[in-house]
Design a binder for this molecule. Sequence first.
Ligand SMILES: Nc1ncnc2c1ncn2[C@@H]1O[C@H](COP(=O)(O)OP(=O)(O)OP(=O)(O)O)[C@@H](O)[C@H]1O
Ligand SMILES: [Mg+2]
Length: 244
Amino acid sequence: MSEELLESFADNQFLEEPAIEFRGVSKTYPSGTHALEDVNIRINKGEFVFVVGSSGAGKSTFMKLIMREEKANTGVITVNGFNLTKMPRKQVPLLRRTMGIVFQDFRLIPTMNVFDNVAFAMHVVGKSGNELRREVSKSLSKVGLGEKARSMPNQLSGGEQQRVGLARALVNAPDLIIADEPTGNVDPNMSYEIVSLLTEINKRGTTILMVTHDHNLVRDFKHRVIMLDGGKIVADNAAGGADE
Ligand SMILES: Nc1ncnc2c1ncn2[C@@H]1O[C@H](COP(=O)(O)OP(=O)(O)OP(=O)(O)O)[C@@H](O)[C@H]1O
Ligand SMILES: [Mg+2]
């Protein structure tokens, strides 16, 4: 291959649009804890990334900065084309519309059935009527819960509840799904099922960022792995990398 061609390849790689970019980002909580220190990372659209590291390493803080649940003290964060550092508070809902969020503790509304829990996420962005019903049904079938639409959350297993959480995250067709230990409260089989679902969603183009403590998942699903320790990125291994 000619040198020019190689260079243009490299350029193209460089021009690939990032879903998430951190440049010199630090986060110190008001308590004085340095949760993240000088983090630099780039995650391109369409990637699936596991975020790992011991307790207190800064993983949840990293996720909260991406959702703009917390603000960085220094550095620049870009997510789905938004500059989070400069973004006024009233624009945060616009950012959130580009992402689906899956929580470790599911966070379903206990007084609403499965269908309404998912539909609620569409109401919030102003959708209603036939479009809403169609998309909610599609989303529930994707996670294998088409039959459970009328069930209440307390009638579901943990794994089923988390799949409702996943359907809710999916229903607005987000560019990015972020999940902080989504398998933390489900059994190992269901964990595999949830990550398989996320992997399928990723294959259709959605960027996925998932925090996990589960080494088996990280080993078996060959995705990029970012490791945090003491608020710093200490490893960043490409999908199916040399560690395998
Ligand atoms: N709201 C907060 N106020 C003060 N300190 C905080 C806050 N949230 C987190 N911290 C501290 O920041 C550091 C990083 O916490 P973080 O929650 O990001 O860790 P984590 O990697 O998600 O850990 P875990 O695996 O236990 O969930 C820890 O020392 C934690 O005590
Ligand atoms: Mg955490």
